[in-house]
Design a protein around this ligand. Sequence first.
Ligand code: HEC
Length: 193
Amino acid sequence: MKTALPRPAHAAVLTAVVAAGIATATPPVRAETWSYKEIADALHSVMESDRTVYTRLIVNRLQNEEKVIKASEHWKDDKALVLPAQMFRYGSEMVAEKGAKFSYSLISEWPVNKQNAPRTDVEKEGLKAIAAKPGQPFYKEETLGGKKYFTAVYPDRAVAKACISCHNDHKDSPRKDFKMGEVMGGVVVRLPM
Ligand code: HEC
């Protein structure tokens, strides 16, 4: 009278356990079919979305539209919002602290903060390329310190009034004529090959 009924269920559980074991023991197989370009594009789409949401829903709304609170470089002393670029940099610094394999940064040919000027030849070439052909990312391999990297540069655009008003009015900005939608700089995503 021990029916066969529990068996399939048991087998199914066992299969699931074995499958789970395999799944944790081996890296996800399908990830190996992702190209460097696809990985960089995926990482960038998250960065760009978070950056746009923060700028539009927090900074632009509260500072420019509702005039509730300002965004300031000296946010702690001023009890103000963190700037979008600082939000981005703090995130990338935390990712680096965690020892992630990739790195990313926000740079520009017209930087308010000179630290954000392009450093490598590929960064310089990438910024020129995305300004000349807005909407198209730039990809190139580069060797730094003897290591090979896949480097992608994506256009960073003025997606809200707050972007252009702040940069055009900033005393340290080398450029004062940014317009809505224009490329203001680039996001660099760098993957070791
Ligand atoms: C309230 C002022 C303010 C707003 C709003 C703002 N920025 Fe900035 N931005 C700055 C400052 C200041 C820096 C330099 C921050 C640092 O110390 O790294 C900066 C940095 C940057 C950089 C890196 C190069 C540089 O200039 O140092 C880019 C690119 C950039 N911003 C684009 C944008 C875009 C696009 C937006 C809107 C989505 C935006 N910014 C919104 C003030 C602002």
